[in-house]
Design a protein around this ligand. Structure first.
Ligand code: ZN
Length: 285
């Protein structure tokens, strides 16, 4: 879709599966399985959705998917399906890896930073040779010290360690990447995870990533058990989502297998629901 000067394209990197209970935290299975059916290993199928944003000068990739560096064991554990990869979907949109000027890593877990790097002739090298990579400094520091983290299993060191320090734009707090493109820190899932808010006049499109990974996670209590600080997620939702309602943001979901984007509505009792946004689809299955 077009938002002022920005051409915004949803680009996916296939699907993977995560434990359904972990995806819905304290919400009982009898409630969430009415909405999404788990497989025989109790996993639910999720998409890996990134955003491509272009304005004629910059070509920005928001999130970098699962990548292709993983083992067969990893592929089985997470039931990775990549009939079309992120790189192929970028190609369909007319973007080659060397065209990408900026990669925004919302956080550095394996399903958000996978294509940061590829393996080439036995070496791990940047996938996007001309890009700078954006991260919150705190998230980058946490990732470099991944072995000490509670979420250590969610990091693949080859996604970030081989990238030299000069490639990184490390920011602290909310930050304008360019006019109309702002990084928003969204503490909860990780302490420094960040989303992206795109603005053109009154119109706004938001990529709130793992704050609301699917449309099911819009209601306040639907919070992932994966979140390092679930009460912090709630606090962030209470701060950000009423603003999204007021300003009619179109929110893009990073892991919703069915719905790409929606506006959020609030009823008289403050309960939130989604209103699917027209005209927003993935550029491939
Ligand atoms: Zn994720």
């Amino acid at each position: 879709m077009q938002l002022g000067d920005f051409e915004i394209t949803a680009v996916t990197d296939g699907h993977f599966r995560l434990d359904g209970g972990s995806m819905f935290g304290i919400v009982p299975r009898v409630l969430w399985e009415k909405k999404i059916t788990p497989d025989d290993q109790h996993r639910i199928r999720l998409v890996v959705r990134c955003l491509l944003v272009r304005n004629g000068k910059r070509t920005v990739l928001i999130d970098a998917g699962l990548g292709n560096k993983f083992s067969d064991e990893f592929r089985d554990r997470y039931a990775v399906e990549q009939p079309v990869t992120l790189i192929e979907n970028l190609q369909k949109a007319g973007v080659r890896p060397e065209d990408v000027t900026d990669v925004i890593n919302c956080h550095l877990h394996f399903d958000h930073a996978g294509w940061n790097t590829i393996r080439q002739d036995g070496q791990v090298v940047p996938t996007f040779p001309n890009a700078r990579y954006w991260s919150q400094r705190g998230e980058w520091e946490r990732a470099r010290d991944y072995a000490a983290q509670r979420d250590r299993a969610s990091f693949v060191p080859d996604d970030f360690l081989p990238l030299e320090r000069e490639r990184w734009e490390l920011v602290e707090g909310d930050h304008a990447v360019l006019p109309g493109m702002e990084l928003l820190v969204l503490p909860g899932h990780t302490p420094y995870t960040q989303g992206v808010l795109l603005t053109a006049g009154e119109q706004k499109v938001a990529f709130l990533e793992d704050l609301i990974p699917t449309a099911y996670h819009v209601p306040y209590a639907w919070i992932m058990a994966f979140d390092l600080h679930a009460a912090g997620t709630l606090e962030t939702k209470r701060k950000v989502l009423p603003r999204a309602v007021r300003e009619k943001w179109i929110c893009v979901f990073d892991h919703d297998p069915h719905l790409v984007a929606a506006r959020i509505a609030e009823d008289s009792r403050g309960r939130l629901s989604v209103v699917p946004a027209e005209g927003f689809s993935d550029n491939a299955g």
